[in-house]
Design a protein around this ligand. Structure first.
Ligand SMILES: Cc1ncc(COP(=O)(O)O)c(C=O)c1O
Length: 377
């Protein structure tokens, strides 16, 4: 086996998912599995979630059509929403793999109409194109601005080739303690839904809540919620309530590759950023920044070996980093816990993300392709 590996605990994934189910009660759940399920393995996580029985996710979502293709090739059956805009070159994937497109401007409609003519030239067999309309209520990333949303939706609704399966918005800061901006976004979204109701326009499922909103804002659930990071066992920030019990799904391990004695004054690794204050032993571990152990973590993280924490020292290199084990009796091939827990000792993606001033999302997403994922259920 590769000396470094990630264990993906699918039972934890299921438990996190069911805890979200309990929290949102009768609302639908769209499991966000884009970006390889935040580094956990998209196909494996989606397949497992789809296999858990009648509480399974109602929808899955991905960023790009190619990810949707991958899920369908793995025989995922549930509806799949693609978040990102698509080009003419990608549109065949939407049709071929029955993916739901996100649309928010007239260009998207044109591309879909063009695709329908190209791929279904025979008038009789033309399918309806399932779409979700994205409304921008303040994120200013993707979506039709809420001022133009009603006009746009009226236009879409007139075109009988489209089936509006859903309408959604995305929150900019639902994971912050101050929810005032999120309430503003909720109210803008509610206004649009109410206007559509008055006009008798069927907009399908309305959805908005990401992890922060699921934890803190039941008023944002509408018909469906879209958890991402909660599935993988992390809260989105340090400011939300812990209103759902979570267990991290990924743990990361390696093995000691070498042990070396150094003396007072010796330095370790590129740039000589660590100098031994006295004789000590330095081990190397075969994981580096190419695997997602960011170089800016140098001299800032710890690992666990035989239930004890040790400090990483010196600059993290592409394939390897070093750890000071003092005089302890640690040997080549001893197991190293990078992310995970043993007895009372625990290293979480938060330890790394705090050191990097980022969020656990980036940590799990960055664990590289060289690291095999081993699935345990
Ligand atoms: C449109 C959309 N919805 C939902 C999510 C899930 O967010 P989170 O992981 O914070 O739950 C994302 C993630 O980036 C997203 O882009």
């Amino acid at each position: 086996m590769h000396p470094s590996y990630a264990i993906i605990n699918l039972s934890n994934l299921k438990r996190n998912f069911l805890n979200i189910r309990n929290k949102v009660k009768d609302k639908k759940i769209m499991a966000v599995v884009k970006a390889e399920a935040y580094g956990h393995g998209m196909v494996e996580c989606a397949k497992y979630l789809e296999s858990i029985g009648n509480k399974r996710p109602d929808y899955f979502s991905v960023a790009f059509p190619k990810e949707g293709e991958k899920l369908r090739k793995a025989e995922i059956k549930k509806p799949i929403l693609v978040f990102e805009p698509f080009s003419k070159r990608q549109v065949h994937l939407l049709f071929k793999y029955n993916l739901i497109a996100t649309i928010f401007n007239l260009e998207h409609l044109k591309i879909l109409e063009w695709g329908l003519e190209k791929y279904y030239p025979n008038k009789i067999s033309k399918p309806k194109i399932k779409i979700h309309i994205k409304v921008d209520t303040g994120m200013n990333r993707l979506g039709i601005s809420e001022k133009n949303a009603l006009d746009f939706i009226l236009k879409v609704n007139q075109k009988k080739i489209f089936h509006i399966d859903g309408i959604y918005t995305h929150f900019a800061c639902s994971d912050e303690k101050d929810k005032s901006f999120t309430f503003l976004q909720i109210n803008k979204f509610k206004y649009i839904l109410n206007e559509l109701k008055k006009l008798n326009i069927d907009y399908g499922w309305a959805h908005a809540a990401n992890s922060g909103a699921i934890l803190d804002l039941p008023d944002s659930y509408f018909d469906m919620v879209r958890p991402g990071i909660l599935l993988y066992g992390y809260y989105p920030s340090l400011e939300t309530k812990h209103s759902i019990v979570l267990t991290p799904v990924m743990s990361l391990y390696s093995k000691v590759a070498s042990v070396k004695k150094i003396i007072k004054g010796d330095t370790v690794s590129y740039g000589r950023k660590f100098t031994a204050k006295k004789s000590t032993k330095i081990i190397s571990i075969p994981l580096g920044y190419a695997d997602g152990v960011n170089r800016n973590l140098s001299n800032k993280i710890e690992v666990i070996i035989k239930e004890k924490k040790y400090k990483q020292v010196g600059t993290i290199t592409m394939d390897r980093f070093m750890v000071d084990i003092k005089k302890d009796n640690i040997k080549v091939d001893d197991k190293v816990i990078m992310l995970g827990k043993v007895k009372n000792n625990y290293i979480s993606a938060w330890d790394w993300s705090n050191a990097l001033k980022t969020i656990p999302y980036e940590i799990t997403c960055s664990i590289g392709n060289r690291i095999p994922r081993i699935y345990k259920s």
